[in-house]
Design a protein around this ligand. Structure first.
Ligand SMILES: NC(=O)C1=CN([C@@H]2O[C@H](COP(=O)(O)OP(=O)(O)OC[C@H]3O[C@@H](n4cnc5c(N)ncnc54)[C@H](O)[C@@H]3O)[C@@H](O)[C@H]2O)C=CC1
Ligand SMILES: C[C@H](O)[C@@H]1OC(=O)[C@H](O)[C@@H]1O
Length: 277
């Protein structure tokens, strides 16, 4: 029998004695909007892959139990976690997240901008406040947080990975999402331009574009059974997405597995986008 080379260069014969390979060993990862949904799933997978995690959340008292539970789950995996409660739309929130990462974990290796809102509303009577809140939360805050993370990565001098959770909605419209889709297109564009601005520092910037993923953000919208079934029927893989479906792609973009990937966008939509007929 011929020995098989293992990923670590040993032989497959003694693979059972080797440590499992972790993609983010000892990395310091910040994830915004990590109290639930996609951000939570990403935080747990990053921890499984060896990272310590700064959990960004809105700061609301109602989120606190979920945040405590997430910290406990990460610690049970043998990794460390801390939480920063600060609104995503505040231009200073990025600095606070970075300060926490430096204080607790010695720096920032990965920044995942995930926090977002999508309060469905018609266009013609869109309240100004709702438009401004959506753009501030999803895009303006992201700009300053990405800037804060990038400056810290530049100071550290060892590169880094920045991932913006954009959306399939960066590429296609939504009649009840006229305030939302431009923020997702903006995030995609921000990652493309930052890839150019930050490439010389070894900082990679990529956009993740989820399709329709069942989370709190669309719970009310998908409570309409007809709409839910229609969205699922448009998906070649036959089901709507789950937060876990995004965790692996986020880890991939965060890790050295994607060391030559920057300015890219990764659709994770079960094939929905290409399904014309
Ligand atoms: N669920 C879906 O179908 C899709 C979601 N996305 C994006 O994924 C990201 C995560 O959303 P989901 O996990 O689906 O929804 P979710 O509602 O479960 O999670 C959103 C997260 O953002 C946080 N957040 C909201 N407003 C905030 C604020 N002002 N300050 C700080 N944190 C705030 C929430 O507390 C929560 O942790 C969002 O950016 C969303 O636009 C993109 C495409 C599809
Ligand atoms: C919240 C929506 O269901 C969800 O958000 C997105 O970005 C997707 O395009 C879906 O419309």
């Amino acid at each position: 029998m011929h020995p098989v080379l293992s990923p670590r260069g040993g032989t497959g014969l003694n693979r059972q004695f080797q440590e499992p390979v972790m993609l983010l060993n000892d990395k310091s990862v910040i994830i915004t909007g990590a109290s639930r949904g996609i951000g939570r799933a990403a935080a747990l997978e990053c921890a499984r892959q060896g990272a310590n995690v700064v959990i960004g959340y809105s700061g609301s008292a109602s989120s606190r139990p979920a945040v405590e539970e997430l910290i406990a789950e990460i610690e049970a995996l043998g990794r460390r976690a801390c939480a920063v409660g600060a609104p995503a739309g505040d231009p200073d929130t990025g600095d606070r997240l970075v300060e926490a990462a430096v204080e607790h974990f010695g720096g920032v290796d990965v920044f995942v901008n995930n926090a977002g809102i999508c309060p469905f509303h018609a266009f013609l009577d869109m309240p100004k406040e709702l438009y401004l809140e959506t753009v501030n939360t999803n895009l303006n805050g992201a700009f300053f947080a990405v800037q804060a993370a990038a400056n810290q990565m530049k100071r550290q001098g060892r590169g880094g990975a920045i991932i913006a959770v954009s959306s399939i909605s960066a590429l296609v419209g939504g009649g009840m999402q006229t305030h939302y889709t431009p923020t997702k297109a903006g995030l995609l564009s921000l990652m493309q331009s930052c890839a150019i601005a930050l490439g010389p520092y070894g900082i990679r910037c990529n956009a993740l574009l989820p399709g329709t993923i069942e989370t709190d953000i669309n719970k009310d919208d998908l409570a309409d059974v007809e709409k839910r079934e229609y969205m699922a029927s448009r998906t070649p893989l036959g089901r709507l997405g789950r937060p876990d479906d995004l965790a692996g792609p986020i880890v991939f973009l965060a890790s050295d597995m994607s060391q030559y990937v920057t300015g890219a966008s990764l659709l994770v939509d079960g094939g929905m986008f290409v399904n014309l007929q």
